[in-house]
Design a protein around this ligand. Structure first.
Ligand code: E4P
Length: 217
């Protein structure tokens, strides 16, 4: 499974990128706002640092304007994926931008039917939002599994990008149901390394090592 980092914080992306953990980056208007950076500048900086797709989201709501914004964002770098919302206008923009040779990430997906439409519009990525479904007591992971089955039934090449990943359990379950990609905040990716038995086992090994009086270096 590919790992995208869901942030516009350049330092956090750089730390994970140096470990070879970053296959791409996703941003959205809220993450740009939190970064306090100019969208064009910070997106360019991220796209230069990371080899894989960097999603940058349009903010227009009407197709023609979305297309114009998408074209401008796509000019930032070759690895930009233009992010459009899953509305009828967003699907129109997806189709046009895809046909022009751009990667398109269709975001704010909350149903299998929406995902089916995005695939038909030629989306490179579909972003079902797991955490936001869980927030309203629906099963985000069931949605990922449904989209996986529908895409496999018909051979759609649109990649399932599990988004709104809030916990390590979301990451695990996304991998189990066959997401092509997950995008998660850096803190969730780092938390995947943690296990209470790892900490306990390491403490016991170090305590015993202390008793040997030895040094490796
Ligand atoms: C990524 O593409 C999404 O914008 C992001 O994962 C949303 O996450 P949130 O629901 O935690 O804001």
């Amino acid at each position: 499974m590919k790992f995208f980092v869901d942030t516009a914080e350049v330092d956090e992306i750089a730390e994970l990128n140096d470990l070879g953990m970053v296959d791409g980056v996703t941003t959205n208007p809220s993450l740009i706002m939190k970064s306090g950076r100019d969208i064009l500048e910070v997106t360019k900086e991220i796209a230069e640092m990371v080899d894989g797709p960097v999603s940058a989201e349009v903010v227009a709501t009407e197709a023609d304007q979305m297309i114009a914004e998408g074209r401008k964002l796509a000019k930032i770098a070759d690895n930009i994926a233009v992010k459009v919302p899953l509305t009828w206008d967003g699907l129109k923009a997806c189709n046009v931008l895809t046909n022009e040779g751009n990667m398109v990430n269709v975001t704010l997906c909350f149903s299998a039917n929406q995902a089916l439409l995005a695939a038909k519009a030629g989306a490179t990525f579909i972003s079902p939002f797991i955490g936001r479904l869980d927030d309203i007591n629906l099963d985000g992971m069931e949605l990922i599994a449904d989209i996986r089955q529908i895409y496999d039934n018909y051979g759609y090449e649109t990649q399932i990008l599990a988004a709104s990943i809030r916990t390590v359990n979301h990451a695990y379950q996304s991998a189990m149901v066959g997401s092509d990609v997950m995008t998660a905040p850096p803190k969730v990716i780092k938390a995947m390394a943690q296990h209470v038995l790892t900490d306990k086992g390491l403490a016991a090994f170090l305590a015993d090592w202390e008793k040997t009086g030895q040094n490796i270096l």
